[in-house]
Design a protein around this ligand. Structure first.
Ligand code: ADP
Length: 484
């Protein structure tokens, strides 16, 4: 934890925080700069058009006053001073009638400013809509001013109005705007930093959690939980990691349990093998008959060990979910015959008769090897637990569209309360029953794993001292599990 925060404190230019911040700041500054550039380019033309508009409005206003008011001279003075202008009125013969100046020396339409009014008014005459506007720069005061002239045709006759207005230097506006943009820039920087901090916290905290979980996982802690569901992508990644962590955890659990459970089963035959080998060495070595008897026991125990180890490996595979089905359409009848042939020897040894009740054929869709193993386990158990009648029946009957296989014996049966447990590995229903040399205690657990992998129905009907019927129902068509 302290290590993590130590890492986080350092500025990591490849980290989510810095990258988000950089992107946001660049984006925000890009927008601010674009706005600024646009403003700067459009400011001067915009400002000028506003100024001309204002002067045009003033012209209309003055014309109105001339038309309506008796005392228009004082009205013109008032308008001129209010708007900080310099104004001259000419009659239709271009003779100056009056002029008002609120700009003093700055007025550009006076003879002192070398204004050629005749030429200007001629220009007005020749212009398309009888108005002209010029911008002139006064070198003395280093300011710009607008000279606007217009010919007005009214009811009382035509006359000219020439107006001179100062144009505020755009520089000062630019300066104001520059300041504003700097302030906006600083605000943007603060907001971007804040947002990037919050965003990066939002994104990096589940990632940090995952990293520390993954570290634990790599150190062998398979029980670590990846359960952060803040975002869909994070959730998917967490689900994958959880799956990846639980898989070895499951295998590990099964392995530990198996080792604990089988140590006894392995130790017993090993002890027997050792004891008989020592007996051959010390006692029966020269006695052929005795030696062969002892060797038989050693071979039998070795076979048992071999079967136990094989079954353990199969069960580990089944329970870790690492088995894949290899399904085909095949006939259950010849498969059952094959299994009976394999077990007929041991049945004969125990004086057990295997009876069959099969249809002509029974096509199912399944993994042939696994189903063969299930029939083997059911039949092998039935032979071992067969009753006084010494008979075992293998029956195949139709079940709706599918096929039911039953292995029936009339032996000791299984107490009702123990039935759910017989499918567990190493469970022995009949505690007095001595371990058969062939039995590994894993047969039904493996059968259960195989049948569940196929999603086939299975079970046992049993009654103490009356016998047991182990069965499964195999689908004739591919189902969701066998459709591979
Ligand atoms: P194993 O037969 O090697 O002990 P299984 O997994 O095949 O192991 O069977 C588990 C237990 O279920 C057996 O030990 C036995 O107690 C019980 N069992 C299985 N089949 C029968 C049966 N046909 N009749 C009575 N009990 C049975």
């Amino acid at each position: 934890m302290s290590e993590n925060s130590g890492i986080r404190k350092k500025l990591d230019i490849n980290g989510i925080m810095f990258r988000t911040w950089l992107l946001l700041v660049l984006f925000a500054f890009g927008i601010v700069l674009a706005l600024w550039g646009l403003q700067m380019l459009s400011l001067t033309p915009y400002y000028r058009s506003v100024k001309v508009n204002t002067v045009q409005n003033i012209t209309r206003d003055i014309n109105q006053k001339i038309m309506e008011s008796e005392d228009f001279a004082s009205d013109i003075v008032e308008v001129t001073y209010n708007n900080n202008l310099c104004l001259s009125v000419y009659n239709h013969q271009k003779k100056k009638l009056t002029s008002v100046n609120s700009l003093g020396l700055g007025c550009r339409i006076t003879p002192e400013a070398e204004f050629d009014d005749t030429a200007f008014l001629n220009e007005v005459d020749h212009s398309a809509n009888s108005e002209v506007s010029h911008y002139v720069t006064d070198e003395r005061f280093n300011n710009e001013s607008l000279i606007y002239g217009s010919k007005i045709n009214s009811e009382i006759g035509s006359y000219y109005l020439v107006i001179n207005a100062n144009v505020e230097p755009v520089d000062s506006t630019v300066f104001i705007m520059q300041n504003q943009f700097i302030m906006i820039g600083i605000a943007v920087l603060i907001v971007a930093t804040l947002i990037s901090y919050l965003l990066s916290r939002l994104y990096s905290s589940p990632i940090s959690k995952m990293t520390s979980g993954a570290r634990k996982l790599s150190a062998g802690d398979y029980h670590v939980e990846f359960d952060d569901k803040s975002f869909t992508e994070i959730k998917e990644l967490n689900d994958t990691l959880s799956y990846a962590s639980h898989e070895p955890a499951k295998t590990e659990e099964i392995r530990t349990e198996l080792l604990a459970n089988v140590s006894h089963d392995i130790k017993t035959p090993l002890t027997t093998i050792k004891a008989y080998a020592e007996m051959i060495e010390d006692i029966s070595g020269d006695n052929k008959k005795k030696r062969n008897e002892h060797l038989e026991i050693i071979i039998s125990e070795t076979n048992h060990l071999n079967k136990l180890v094989n079954d353990m490996m199969v069960l580990t595979k089944v329970q870790s979910g690492n088995l894949t089905l290899n399904c085909t359409d095949f006939d259950l009848v010849p498969l059952s015959e094959e299994i009976i042939d394999v077990l007929i020897g041991s049945a004969n040894n125990l004086n057990v008769k295997i009876e069959k009740d099969f249809p002509a054929n029974a096509i199912i869709h399944a993994d042939r090897t696994m189903i063969g193993q299930v029939i083997y386990n059911f039949l092998n158990n039935a032979i071992k637990h067969c009753g006084a009648d010494n008979k075992v029946l293998v029956r195949i009957t139709p079940e709706n569209e599918d096929w039911k296989l039953e292995v029936i014996d009339h032996g000791i049966g299984i107490p009702e309360e123990e039935v759910p447990y017989i499918w567990e590995r190493y469970y022995k229903a009949n505690k007095t029953y001595q371990r058969n040399q062939e039995g590994s205690g894993l047969g039904l657990a493996i059968s259960k794993g195989y049948l569940e992998l196929h999603k086939f129905a299975y079970g046992v009907k049993t009654k103490v001292n009356e016998g047991s019927t182990f069965y499964f129902i195999a689908d004739s068509e591919p189902n969701e599990a066998t459709n591979v």
